[in-house]
Design a protein around this ligand. Sequence first.
Ligand SMILES: [Zn+2]
Ligand SMILES: [Zn+2]
Length: 250
Amino acid sequence: MKLTIIGCSGSFPGPDSPSSCYLLEAEGFRMLLDFGNGALGALQKYMGLYDVDAICLSHLHADHCLDMCPYHVVRTYSPEGPLPRVPVYAPSGARERLDSAYAMPDEPSLDTAFDFVGLTPGMFEIGPFEVTAALVNHPVETYGFRVSHGGRSVAYSGDTGESAELVELASGADVLLCEASHLDKPGLPTGLHLNGRQAAEHAAKADVDTLVLTHLVPWNDRDRVMEDASRGGFGGRMELARSGARYDLG
Ligand SMILES: [Zn+2]
Ligand SMILES: [Zn+2]
């Protein structure tokens, strides 16, 4: 399984990264976790434009799903003719929300390009991957994911505040992509996002091998995010996410 970080910028794209999007590949199958704004451009550096086999959306905030709209254009109007529909595992109401974002009339709908499947917590298979979805702690219906293949696992927090479900989901994973949107300071809202220290605390409790701090908001000082994380009691490998970083998990 190979992981490529396409986009890791939190809440809006930054100068060096699109919003959230992660590519997982195994046995020639390519799956995206989230498809935030700007990701469709950067994606083409790492894979063929038409080669997406499945998409999982953690939630329907714009920075996690908006490039579904231009990708609908790719699949529906390509010079090769319409391409097969891509299965999209998403929270309830995704099709209606994305139709509305696109300003699509009632018919046709984005489901000419996508086959929307409603997410519920639990384990299921997508292509060669075993995927576990769990509800995390964010103001809208939001899932974290664990994706496993060949005995290796990548866990992804989605957007979340402190979450016991995230610890369970990530337990023993090779890589945890964990959001660290906030700098660690008093008075932060609860049930919204994590800071670097909290991300590292979740990684320590889950006993993961590698923590990748992601959903990095461009207005934050990244050195501060790492500094915060160093106080979380996590003894494993720890790094900041970077668009274009690749992890070969064998
Ligand atoms: Zn977000
Ligand atoms: Zn969000």
